[in-house]
Design a protein. Structure first.
Length: 192
């Protein structure tokens, strides 16, 4: 099982991770996106089984109990987590798969899969991040403040990632991610 095919994308909420991932997959349709589980409610336009598996807190806790989660975390009052089985399926198939998860998740994935590539997307500025968070709707002022506070902590953790990419322009950022993924897959694991 080649864990170099496991790609983590982290970055503050609102920095454009999902949009960049969509662009990455438009540019290279061989790349898969893992679907996380969450207890938060869907935002306008989000669909169960596409953006997330939206589950109740009870269901999520049961999944943890059953050992189903490779990693999970609480973020702004909700649970988010990655299914172990889903990741194993991608890796067994030899499919390059991207996980859009927070920095705690990234740290845990690297623990289990040391050759996973950790990419951190940085917003051009905190002001721009705030504008994007407000712009996408579905979150109140308190929740925006909480996300900005978490963003500051996440940015401090970025130094532990393999590569930091500033998301000024979605396509440019997606192309940089693809270049990094391609270089990583070609390199010998010992070089990392
Ligand atoms: P949002 O509510 O904005 O979709 O996600 C909030 C945060 O949770 C984001 O930083 C997102 O990357 C992270 N996240 C999403 N899925 C997972 C997951 O499966 N595990 C972890 N650890 N974080 C996740």
């Amino acid at each position: 099982m080649d864990d170099r095919k496991l790609i983590v994308i982290s970055g503050p909420s609102g920095c454009g991770k999902d949009t960049v991932l969509r662009k990455i997959r438009e540019l290279d349709d061989s790349i898969a996106a893992n679907i996380s589980y969450t207890t938060r409610s869907p935002r306008p336009g989000e669909t169960d089984g596409v953006n997330y598996h939206f589950v109740s807190k009870e269901q999520f806790l049961e999944n943890i109990e059953n050992g189903m989660m490779l990693e999970y975390n609480q973020y702004a009052g909700n649970y988010y987590g990655t299914s172990r089985e889903s990741i194993n399926r991608f890796l067994e198939d030899g499919t390059t798969v991207v996980l859009v998860i927070d920095v705690n998740g990234g740290r845990n994935v690297k623990k289990y899969y040391p050759n996973a590539l950790l990419l951190f997307l940085m917003p051009p500025s905190i002001g721009e991040l705030r504008r994007r968070l407000i712009g996408r709707g579905g979150v109140d002022e308190e929740s925006i403040k909480a996300r900005l506070r978490i963003a500051e902590e996440e940015i401090l953790y970025a130094q532990n990632y393999d590569l930091v990419i500033v998301n000024r322009d979605v396509e440019e950022c997606a192309r940089e991610c693809l270049e990094a993924i391609s270089a990583w897959e070609k390199a010998e694991p010992d070089n990392k």
